[in-house]
Design a protein around this ligand. Structure first.
Ligand SMILES: NC(=O)C1=CN([C@@H]2O[C@H](COP(=O)(O)OP(=O)(O)OC[C@H]3O[C@@H](n4cnc5c(N)ncnc54)[C@H](O)[C@@H]3O)[C@@H](O)[C@H]2O)C=CC1
Ligand SMILES: O=C([O-])CC(=O)C(=O)O
Length: 342
């Protein structure tokens, strides 16, 4: 009995004191990981910016995902506390925390999927583009780490402005000679999740039965819901179309959420596993329009976004929206590329 009590005391003292102190001093692997050998077969996933609002919820949701065997949580602040918290969940994934730039490479080495919600979020009154100055540099640094440590990983880029941070990431990867357009995906799933919810509200049905393709980009008018292609097939009055389009385009000013990012990561992992028929909207290098990047439906597979699906038939309202979206998107893409070439 005494021995068992001693063991329990040792474990809990490791988790609460020595692990956290070790991470803060800069050593990488938590002691509890030394005990947590093996783990379930599955994918290795890193979350960069794991201590933030999106990062913490996303960490929790991915710790619950049975496809994840190893979960690396990296941030420049508070990573030890978040890691200790998440690591107590009795699900299979082994969790390790990494704090600050000196531990970035260890956080990234060997990863299959890297999810990036690092950087500053909007305050009321700000546009996503207002975040460019700070987040561009953060994304650049993190992506340079990816080129060094896991150049073949699938990257889910969440940090805003996605319309510019994805082109920045692409330039970093091109510079290092590691760019695989199939593996770089800007996360626009939140637009789809919102669109499904708001459309379901209007139709009075379960949002899980609704599929709305949302194409273009991930800011204001570049978010283009294709309401003519909603499944199950349905029709809307022009008031409903204006209301829904506006609400979907501006949903980010109401609330942000990690649920969509976790759903998108899960779809990427199922693709990596080789599941068939996984189709999601994402902002990717694309030839669907004349722009070098565009969000549309993509088929996810072992190689990432293996096929970019066409936009399908657009009605007049959507064609007008597409022109507006392309104009703004083109500037945001140029801004991202210019950041890397100046
Ligand atoms: N694509 C999308 O659908 C969505 C995008 N976002 C974007 O995600 C980003 C994060 O949003 P929140 O979690 O609400 O912000 P937050 O401020 O709560 O968290 C950001 C985290 O990033 C960390 N961070 C800052 N610099 C870093 C660096 N160099 N390396 C690693 N981590 C670093 C911070 O320490 C913080 O923990 C924002 O840019 C936001 O606009 C948020 C929601 C949805
Ligand atoms: O709007 C924001 O600032 C965050 C985001 O991208 C979203 O919620 O769609």
């Amino acid at each position: 009995m005494e021995e068992a009590a001693h063991r329990i005391a040792m474990i809990s003292s490791h988790l609460h004191h020595s692990d956290i102190q070790q991470m803060e001093r800069g050593s990488v692997v938590r002691r509890s990981d030394c005990r947590a050998k093996g783990g379930a077969p599955g994918f290795k996933v890193a979350i960069l910016g794991a201590a933030g609002g999106i990062g913490q919820s996303l960490s929790l949701l991915l710790k619950m995902n049975p496809l994840v065997s190893v979960l690396h949580l990296y941030d420049v602040v508070n990573a030890p506390g978040v890691t200790a918290d998440i690591s107590h969940m009795d699900t299979a994934a082994v969790v390790r925390g990494f704090l600050g730039q000196p531990q970035l490479d260890s956080a990234l080495t060997g990863m299959d999927l890297v999810i990036i919600p690092a950087g500053v979020p909007r305050k009321p009154g700000m546009s996503r583009d207002d975040l460019f100055n700070i987040n561009a540099g953060i994304v650049k640094t993190l992506c340079e780490g990816i080129t060094r440590c896991c150049p073949h990983a699938v990257v889910n880029l969440i940090s805003n402005p996605v319309n510019s941070t994805v082109p920045i990431a692409a330039e970093v990867f091109k510079k290092a000679g590691t760019f695989d357009p199939k593996k770089l995906l800007g996360v626009t799933k939140l637009d789809v999740v919102r669109a499904n919810t708001f459309v379901a509200e209007v139709l009075g049905i379960d949002p899980r039965e609704v599929q709305v393709p949302v194409v273009g980009g991930h800011a204001g008018v570049t978010i283009l819901p294709l309401l003519s292609q909603v499944k199950p097939p349905c029709s809307f009055t022009s008031e409903e179309i204006n209301y829904l389009t506006d609400r979907i385009q501006n949903g980010g000013t109401e609330v942000v959420e990690a649920f969509a990012a976790a759903k998108f990561a899960d779809a990427c992992l199922r693709g990596l596993r080789g599941d068939a028929g996984i189709v999601e909207c994402a902002f990717v290098a694309s030839q669907v329009t004349e722009l070098p990047f565009f969000a549309s439906k993509v088929r996810l597979g072992r190689g990432g976004a293996e096929e970019i699906l066409p936009l399908g038939l657009l009605n007049e309202y959507e064609r007008a929206g597409l022109e507006k979206a392309k104009k703004e998107l083109s500037e945001s893409i140029k801004k991202g590329v210019a950041f890397m070439t100046k």
